[in-house]
Design a protein around this ligand. Structure first.
Ligand code: MRU
Length: 342
């Protein structure tokens, strides 16, 4: 499958995820404001994908700068960073990617051209590293799964949410590649339906057996369909292992606990925020009411209805069987065990 995010030396390529699965369209971004819009409007989405896309957005800011010395270039880079940070608050990869790219600029000595060259090299390295991290964590996660696995997942933590391969779906792909018999239940994931539109699309393209169920069916499917693992992605993991992910993940973790089904979080180390002690400190994005009150542009709710639409929730570490990263697996996560991933 085509990389979800890529860079051709002038423009950043994205797959327009708002249109899938009906239409597969590539979007080419060459300006900071357009990248900020792409992140906010969810042309590109998923924590690792927005982290790398935002970092490449900083590169575009530097390339479009008219500066002739480092001080002026850094001022333009700082303004690009500010614009890009002001898009989606929950996924820490966004801030990680932007800060990492700014650091490269700040540390590089030489001309404006030298600095931009170093930033572009960093962007390319980040693209490759994200894919490599997904493949590595996928392999670690696959080892945790039985030879015949029935997996439930939520939202889309797949190739479309990363540069390629995916985190939760990376684990599922690696299990299938290792010859395990894999069956997946994908929660449709209201209100934006990333589970049905994106996860099912990806898995079907790979020939992996997937069945879509509505979010409210999770408990009854866990009880009756032989699910033996839940695997989800993450937008931000606090230092103690508490994990923010798509709204509905917490309920799924509670239901998995009740049914004695192991609950795995799959994420690259770039999703861990060691500066936050626990999940209660993670900022949770609230999105527009229309995501809930309209379907395909048609209003389906009574006029004047009060709506609460947080995009994410926090699953406490005590409900998580293990956190799977490219650096290895942390079982029964807590602050002390998570620290080995620093
Ligand atoms: O609002 P989204 O679609 O960006 O939310 C995405 C998720 O919640 C994913 O599970 C998470 O970012 C991990 S992606 C590998």
């Amino acid at each position: 499958m085509e990389r979800t995010v890529d860079y051709d030396g002038a423009r950043v390529k994205l797959i327009d995820q708002r249109l899938l699965p009906a239409e597969f369209k590539l979007v080419y971004i060459d300006a900071v404001d357009d990248m900020a819009f792409a992140i906010k409007d969810m042309i590109v989405r998923g924590a690792p994908a927005i982290g790398v896309a935002a970092a490449l957005g900083v590169v575009l800011g530097a390339k479009n700068s008219q500066a002739t010395d480092k001080a002026a270039l850094m001022a333009d880079i700082d303004s690009a960073c500010e614009t890009l940070k002001n898009t989606r608050p929950t996924a820490v990869n966004l801030f990680w990617g932007i800060d990492r790219m700014r650091d490269v600029a700040a540390k590089t000595e030489g001309s404006v051209a030298d600095i931009i060259e170093a930033m572009e090299a960093e962007g390319r390295a980040m693209l490759d590293a994200d894919e490599a991290a997904c493949r590595a964590l996928g392999a670690h996660g696959a080892e945790l799964l039985p030879d015949e696995c029935v997996i439930m997942t939520i939202c889309n933590a797949g190739a479309l949410a990363t540069v390629a391969y995916g985190t939760a779906l990376g684990v599922i792909r690696a299990a299938a590649e290792a010859g395990k018999k894999v069956k997946v239940f994908s929660l449709e994931t209201r209100p934006r339906l990333q589970g049905m539109k994106l996860t099912c699309y990806e898995l079907m393209a790979d020939g992996i057996d997937v069945t879509c169920v509505s979010d409210g069916m999770a408990g009854s499917v866990l009880r009756s369909k032989g699910v033996n693992a839940v695997v989800v992605g993450a937008d931000r993991i606090a230092a103690n292992g508490d994990t923010a992910n798509k709204i509905g993940t917490y309920s799924l973790a509670v239901e998995a606990k009740y049914h004695n089904v192991p609950f795995y979080v799959a994420a690259p180390v770039s999703t861990i925020d060691f500066n936050l002690e626990s999940g209660g400190l993670i900022p949770i994005e609230e999105r527009a009411e229309e995501e809930m009150t309209a379907l395909g542009g048609t209003r389906i709710a009574p006029e004047g209805l009060k709506v609460y639409n947080p995009a994410f929730d926090v699953t406490p570490a005590e409900l998580i069987t293990a956190i799977v990263t490219e650096k290895g697996v942390v079982k029964s996560p807590n602050a002390e065990k998570m620290a080995v991933l620093k």
